[in-house]
Design a protein around this ligand. Sequence first.
Ligand SMILES: [Fe+2]
Length: 346
Amino acid sequence: MAPSATFIDVEPPVVIGPSTKKATRPSNELPWSLIDGAKLAKREEFDPVKHLNFIPPKSILTMKEIGLEGHGISPHAAAGPFPLFTPEAIAQMRAEIFDEKVLAECQYSSTFNKNMVRGMGPARAPFTYAAWKSPEVLARISEVAGIDLVPSIDFEIANINISIRDENSRVEHNVNLMSDKEELPAVAWHYDSFPFVCVTMLSDCTGMFGGETALRMPSGDIIKVRGPAMGTAVVMQGRYIEHQALKAMGGRERISMVTCFRPKSPLVKDETVLVGVRGISNISELYTQYTEYRLEILEERVRHQLKQERERETAKKPFNVPEMKRFLTNQKLFIESMLTEIQELD
Ligand SMILES: [Fe+2]
């Protein structure tokens, strides 16, 4: 699917990240009930026939409808919740997330989210990794997003946010508590670091209310997108839309899986930044994966431009100065962005 709409050249929104500067482990432990409850006798391989339960969203909110026509990389702003995975798939994912090795090596904490599991990778979480890499899942997500997408980097497969209700247990007391106060944001107004995001719910949301995503339009008006229920997902162009997650109330736990996406085509602009994730990642892995795909994009763009140039020559068309300057300027900005994003951490 190629983007058919026309997009305008504007500076992307500035992303504010957590004040956490270096990878930090949570200071609190997850309750044993959660870990024990996720154990499975049989681990399976991801099979789209068995594990995918996609039903297209009933409606898709467009960038035009929220006053942002021409911004970003797709005419679609947000969609969902829509069914995506079967209960069996969710159980397999939970078994991987609450696996001892994953909990020992992949837990992170920040000023935005107290308990996260990130960067599980294909060795520790083969099912989750295969699910987000599967052509079937990517075709569905791309359909909803209105543009062909691929996961941003392997480290972002996936980010799991864990909130547990305090049930007077000492162990649970410090874990990212769910609020009883209405409408309090779980995270303040922000833009995401990655072009698109898919949020999948891994908890049973029976009895839970709230948990919507609020989108703020340039006019100041606010639209709410319903939060996902178990097995369902929400897709949003979070890099370009100011949004905040509203707190969920009434449930015992809220475990959501966030997967980040970028355009599949190297010729589409990629305004990914690392500000939101630098402090909550294995920095060497993050920089390696980011640099690799960005250099690949650059490689493809140069090859494409060279091909165009050779074809122009063959067709005996004159050199196009503004077009070449535009191409070179875009690549200069692309490299400058990498120089900003790759930072030495003290
Ligand atoms: Fe966000």
